[in-house]
Unconditional design. Structure first.
Length: 229
């Protein structure tokens, strides 16, 4: 199994990524691959199409991030892989892939923000990166056939399962989560800015009242602050 991993690293030119791991982390990666069973499935889709380097890294980190119990060594592997994948993301031509990659990272990282140092900052970075490509992603979503080729059910969060049936634009985790973060910090002007931008681009909020409700609440809070000063 170690030799297979080395071949994958060489094929995708991932030496910098691999060399960044400790021996303990490398052993854990070998264990993950042994449990996976079929290493070919980590570099090819069912129809034999080879994954891009970005897709390989995305699916690899997803296997760790979505494990039933995430351990310290898992998180270290996950966070290092996310940082490396972020650095090569511009090589990926599919903004849909990049959208769902950030989607998963936001969920995993924000869920562990109180357990791991740096997780909150990485979650915010994932939100910002997803928002940065939001317009290009929206155009690709609306222009792509549905279902989208090679997009697997396990590649997306459960909240998007209904989107798999109807198509269009899925809930935008980056806009939504960053709004929530700014609401907690009482940065109401930023909440309004983000919600209005998301709404103008056509992304669903996924909550009752949607972006309009967030905007209304933020404006009310700003009004209350203005009266108190």
């Amino acid at each position: 199994m170690v030799e297979i991993i080395k071949l994958i690293v060489e094929h995708y030119k991932l030496e910098t990524w691999w060399d960044n791991f400790t021996e303990e982390e490398k052993s854990a990666i070998v264990e993950i691959y042994e449990k996976h069973g079929d290493p070919v499935a980590t570099v090819e889709y069912e129809d034999g199409t080879e994954m891009s380097r970005f897709e390989f890294l995305w699916h690899f980190s997803a296997d760790i991030g979505f494990r039933d119990s995430i351990f310290d060594v898992d998180y270290d592997i996950f966070s290092k892989t996310v940082r490396f994948t972020d650095s090569v993301a511009d090589d990926e031509k599919s903004y849909i892939n990049r959208h769902f990659y950030h989607d998963r990272n936001i969920f995993v990282l924000y869920s562990h923000r109180n357990k791991y140092v740096g997780a909150n900052e990485l979650a915010i970075s994932a939100c910002e990166q997803q928002i940065a490509i939001s317009q290009k992603a929206a155009m690709q979503f609306l222009a792509s056939p549905h279902p989208i080729p090679h997009l697997r059910k396990n590649d997306i969060l459960p909240m998007h399962r209904s989107w798999l049936e109807i198509g269009g634009l899925p809930i935008h985790m980056g806009y939504k989560q960053l709004c929530i973060i700014h609401e907690k910090m009482e940065n109401w002007q930023e909440v309004i800015h983000l919600a209005e931008k998301a709404k103008s681009e056509g992304w669903p909020d996924g909550t009752a009242g949607g972006w309009d409700k967030r905007i209304k609440k933020a404006r009310k809070k700003l009004g209350e602050l203005a009266k108190s000063t």
